[in-house]
Design a protein around this ligand. Structure first.
Ligand code: HAM
Length: 423
């Protein structure tokens, strides 16, 4: 027998029962982004590997072991995008947007790819909604981005997400901190896990982010970047939280936030929810003033990306229902099949969502289907209706049934507008 082909591990199908939830999140989130002046950008799914290697950093987990990298037919190394920030900055530089506008505010939505160990809330193909404000370095940009994220969770009715904020300093203050940190870490190296020991040489800041319980207790007294900020970074950070306080944004300063991508400087933040378990970050981001320089330009920027599946996992879906079609057109006899399809088309042209039976089933079976699909209104066409130019309207909600002239019904439907807004 032919072997059945299955989906690749970590690459899941999102069936209709779940896809509408992701669509719901996308629609509302994008609307929210637009209210802050962000405009959509569509970015390629594949880029030169070098963009991510230089942008995200050679020594990061993403670049070291999580990218889907392959040569194209010319032998050039390409990678499926593991995130969107490097591409957005590349597009900004390549499109010459700098000369055109002040701060470029863009958002994107789509699949990202990382070869990670799949588990709850972690997939190899996952969906991100992200935004980037490129071209501004003032603290108000940071504050508005965090404020926007905070208010997004409020709008989505998710009230147990915590926003953790930190400053990662800059090229002036970070090297001094790194020396202090390494000094402290070498004193406790024997008690750290093998991953931390490896990171001590490649990327010591990431040691602070280790989730191994043994390491966490050893790292309790470790120095933190916040105590080593230069005066410019300190001033920038204090103006960020002054603005956040003024806007009454709920957030906590957490000196342990370090982020797993190398491009960050100054403000970094994560939105976490305990209900997600070990993969608790639903959104994360920060400032990346040096990223453009890594890829051949110069522009400060800040942004974040949110994991769509993770937000879906913590939303309260009980109070949000997927709308069912507005009408079911049932044919009581075979001569009414085509007229039923035609009536369906006429109603759809007015903006209604309509189901029509395509399987030649009995009237009883069609009514059962309408019920199962939770369609409140059924229109029945049979010999009598066809000969009288009428239609029988069965209203399940009002438990009412009446025969009306077809054109009168169409007029009523037309005055009901272009149909309810669809989800
Ligand atoms: P990130 O922290 O790598 O940052 O990812 C952002 C969010 O994407 C995470 O908080 C999580 O919700 C989701 N995510 C990441 N990996 C997975 C996965 N394997 N499965 C499911 N969801 C996942 C970035 O990607 C940066 N580009 C964010 C940014 C934008 N920084 C500045 N601008």
């Amino acid at each position: 027998m032919t072997k059945t082909i299955r989906a690749i591990r970590g690459f899941r199908d999102v069936p209709p029962e779940e896809a509408w939830k992701l669509r719901y999140i996308e629609d509302r989130t994008q609307e929210h982004f637009r209210r802050y002046g962000y405009r959509e950008i569509r970015l390629p799914v594949v880029e030169f590997t070098e963009l991510f290697a230089r942008g995200i950093g050679e020594a990061t987990d993403i670049v070291e072991k999580e990218m889907y990298t392959f040569p194209d037919r010319n032998g050039q190394s390409l990678s499926l995008r593991p995130e969107g920030t490097a591409s957005a900055v590349r597009a900004y530089l390549e499109g010459g947007w700098k000369s055109r506008q002040g701060i470029a505010k863009v958002y994107y939505s789509g699949p990202m790819f990382r070869y990670e160990r799949p588990q709850k809330g972690r997939y190899r193909q996952f969906y991100q909604l992200g935004l980037e404000a490129i071209g501004g370095e003032g603290p108000l940009v940071d504050a508005e981005v965090i404020d926007l994220l905070y208010r997004l969770f409020l709008a989505m009715n998710v009230d147990d997400v915590q926003i953790l904020v930190n400053s990662l300093g800059c090229d002036t203050c970070r090297p001094g901190f790194r020396v202090e940190l390494l000094d402290h870490l070498s004193g406790v190296a024997d008690s750290l896990c093998s991953n931390c020991k490896r990171r001590m040489t490649s990327n010591p800041l990431r040691v602070l982010d280790c989730k191994v319980p043994g390491c966490q207790s050893v790292l309790e007294k470790v120095p933190v970047m916040l105590d080593y900020l230069c005066s410019e970074c300190e001033d920038h950070f204090s103006r960020v939280w002054e603005a956040l306080d003024g806007l009454e944004v709920g957030y906590t300063v957490d000196p342990r936030i370090v982020r797993g991508l190398d491009y960050y400087n100054r403000t970094a933040f994560e939105a976490v929810c305990d209900r997600l378990g070990s993969q608790n970050a639903v959104a994360a981001g920060g400032r990346y003033d040096g990223l453009a320089r890594e890829i051949g330009g110069d522009a400060p920027g800040i942004g974040f990306a949110m994991g769509l599946e993770r937000l879906s996992l913590i939303m309260n879906w009980d109070s949000i229902t997927q709308s069912s079609p507005d009408y079911y057109v049932a044919a009581a006899t075979s001569s009414a099949r085509i007229p039923a399809l035609d009536l369906g088309d006429r109603l759809r042209s007015l903006g209604f969502a309509v189901e029509v039976d395509l399987e030649d089933r009995s009237l009883k079976a069609q009514l059962r289907s309408a019920n199962r699909m939770e369609i409140g209104h059924v229109l029945i066409l049979g010999e009598d209706e066809l000969s009288r130019g009428s239609v029988t309207l069965k209203d399940f909600t009002a438990k009412d049934q009446r025969e009306i002239p077809l054109e009168e019904f169409m007029k009523e439907a037309m005055s009901a507008g272009t149909g309810p807004e669809r989800r």
